[in-house]
Design a binder for this molecule. Structure first.
Ligand SMILES: [Zn+2]
Length: 607
């Protein structure tokens, strides 16, 4: 039996050898020099230079030639007249790895349609699923089943910490720190590109600077990179940047700041000082970079209630569920809960023993509380749809003293979110109000902001607060060390309210800032999503249209970019990308998905 297997193996090997040889011979016999020749395109090479007319020839997964006029025959010729060509876009910051656990999301079509050919995942310290199933298992499965874009993995500090210490709020013992080092090293050995933190989340928040430095020191010898969702993006932004700089200085590793911004009105403008800190560190020789998504609203769950929980629930009940508690519960539960769902819907994903234990040991009553907390914190179970809460609320509004209290609470809440002029109504039964600001609607109705907010809330409206300023967004975007990172996900098409960045980041940035506002030159934007990203990740074979580089190529109609997603209707693919090639394979042809999954997991070679 064994012998027979051996013989079959040898025969197969010979077969593969001959057929590869035969394929090459036939190829040349037919006189083909290339697989694909793209003609007549205006080419952005990845630098911040303007586009020039050129031809690009591709064979297998490589750009073989770039020139004004290429001689030779190609199996397929793409006439890109009136179109632009650029290196495929590299997304420095995505959370698509969570959605990609589901086979139907593995193509990441929402990203392909934006021209994205490579994503970096395992971000914000928490999405390092690799720890629970090992990076190599994830890599193996993606290799076997195929993925749309190329993907590079980071190992998440939060996940490593949780694996070793659970959700404990304390410093690690020397043994625990060692155990964390081992997990980080293991991920690096298996091909991860570096470490990510979510220092604003749990349990990442419990990790002091010194702990992070120790773990970043593990990735430094591999020339790995440290991506950080910093401890604070609001009033303590500068302290957070200083911490990132310190981590780079003491670990010797490259540091990359994720979704760089200043949130909340009072902190707008702080980005100038934050950039000055980064630039000083760069002048000192440290390698510090950042990425940004080109929107004024943040968060994966941007759709908010218009009045605070305390207004809905009254002080007694709200006091029981403090906002921070809810966030903690939500963060804490998220991984275990989601993993449980994954396990149910995707049978081949093993639920980790640790998570199973967590779920098993949780007293029933506590679980109900947690789930209720989660539902309330996501807004699904709160407010107008909850009959009991609605009745209690309306009753309280009939008492003048209570009503005055509620109104002033709502006013403060609106101001602290972003101010009425910066709160946009995303979803409303009265469709003509969608897209208007709360201030505009209050003016239209001739009512106070608070009364308008309460009325809209009772109608079940959902709002989106603009937490960043346009001036800040553009200030950051102009920096030559700031790449593009969507911070988006691979959502189920049409389900839930997702941030529009998942559908539009790359083309929106070109269209709005390069073409409409003209505040940032288009080639600068192209560079920020191609060669700059590759440079930050230390890749020498992607991010440019150059001979010998991998054939990740986007061909797009610069003048006909269409962003169809909106905060009222987020699940809409962007239009404008005509051809998209990943590793030399056509994944979008004439704007249509070809069904190919040619993405590779890009591994960092360990030393
Ligand atoms: Zn983040």
């Amino acid at each position: 039996m064994r012998n027979r297997a051996l013989i079959v193996g040898i025969l197969l090997a010979i077969g593969v050898f001959f057929s590869a040889d035969l394929h090459e011979a036939r190829y040349q016999e037919k006189g083909y020099d290339f697989d694909i020749l793209i003609k007549n395109a205006k080419v952005f090479d990845g630098s911040s230079n303007p586009a020039v007319k050129a031809e690009v020839a591709i064979k297998d997964d490589t750009i073989l030639k770039v020139g004004r006029s290429i001689k030779g025959r190609a199996r397929k010729v793409i006439d890109a007249r009136s179109l632009y060509l650029a290196p495929g876009f590299i997304d420095m910051h995505t959370h698509v790895d969570q959605g990609m656990y589901f086979p139907e999301n593995r193509a990441c079509l929402n990203y392909l349609k934006q021209g994205v050919t490579t994503v970096i995942v395992g971000q914000c310290g928490r999405s390092a699923w690799p720890i629970f199933e090992k990076a190599e298992d994830l890599i193996e499965r993606w290799k076997k089943d195929g993925i749309g874009p190329n993907a590079a993995l980071l190992v998440g500090h939060g996940q490593v910490r949780e694996a070793v210490m659970g959700m404990e709020n304390r410093e690690p013992t020397p043994e625990e720190l060692d155990a964390m080092r081992v997990l980080v090293k293991e991920a690096m050995e298996q091909g991860a590109h570096g470490l990510s933190t979510g220092l604003e989340y749990l349990p990442g928040r419990y990790g002091e600077t010194e702990e992070v430095i120790e773990l970043v020191k593990v990735i430094a010898p591999y020339e790995g990179i440290y991506h950080t969702h910093m401890r604070n993006e609001g009033e303590r932004l500068l302290e957070a940047v200083e911490e990132a700089v310190k981590i780079s200085r003491e670990s010797g590793a490259r540091v990359h700041i994720s979704h760089f911004k200043a949130v909340e009105k009072n902190n707008w403008g702080l980005v100038k000082e934050a950039c000055a800190l980064i630039e000083k560190a760069r002048a000192d020789g440290l390698k510090i970079t950042a990425d940004q998504y080109p929107y004024k609203f943040s968060s994966g769950y941007p759709y908010r209630s218009l009045i605070p929980r305390s207004a809905w629930l009254g002080e007694n009940e709200a006091g029981r569920l403090e906002a921070e508690d809810l966030d903690e519960i939500f963060d804490h539960l998220r991984d275990g809960h989601l993993l449980n769902l994954y396990a149910k819907t995707t049978p081949y994903i093993p639920i980790s023993e640790r998570h199973q234990q967590f779920l098993d040991e949780l007293p029933r009553k506590r679980l109900v509380e947690l789930v209720r907390g989660q539902l309330i914190s996501t807004g699904d179970f709160q407010g107008p749809a909850n009959t009991r809460e609605r009745v209690l609320f309306v009753e309280r509004m009939e008492n003048p003293e209570e009503a005055a209290k509620i109104r002033s609470g709502v006013e403060q809440y609106i101001e602290s979110m972003a101010g009425a002029e910066n709160i946009i109504i995303g979803i409303c039964v009265d469709k003509k109000l969608e897209g208007m600001s709360l201030k505009q609607i209050a003016d239209l109705k001739g009512q106070s902001v608070a009364d308008t907010a309460i009325q809209l809330e009772l109608m079940g409206a959902r709002s989106v607060p603009l937490r960043m300023s346009e001036e800040d967004v553009e200030f950051i975007m102009k920096k030559d060390y700031v790449a593009t990172g969507s911070d988006g996900t691979a959502p189920f098409y049409g389900i839930g309210l997702t941030h529009i960045r998942s559908y539009s980041t790359f083309l929106h940035k070109i269209k709005k800032y390069g073409q409409e506002r003209k505040s940032v030159p288009v080639p600068h934007i192209i560079r920020s999503q191609t060669s700059l990203s590759a440079d930050i990740m230390n890749w020498k074979d992607r991010g440019w249209i150059k001979e010998g580089y991998k054939a990740d190529v986007v061909v797009f109609d610069l003048d006909k970019i269409k962003i169809k997603t909106s905060i009222s209707n987020p699940h809409q693919y962007s239009e404008g990308v005509k051809y998209l090639l990943i590793n030399g394979k056509i994944v979008l042809g004439n704007g249509r998905y070809t069904g190919m999954l040619p993405g590779k997991v890009l591994k960092l070679k360990g030393r």
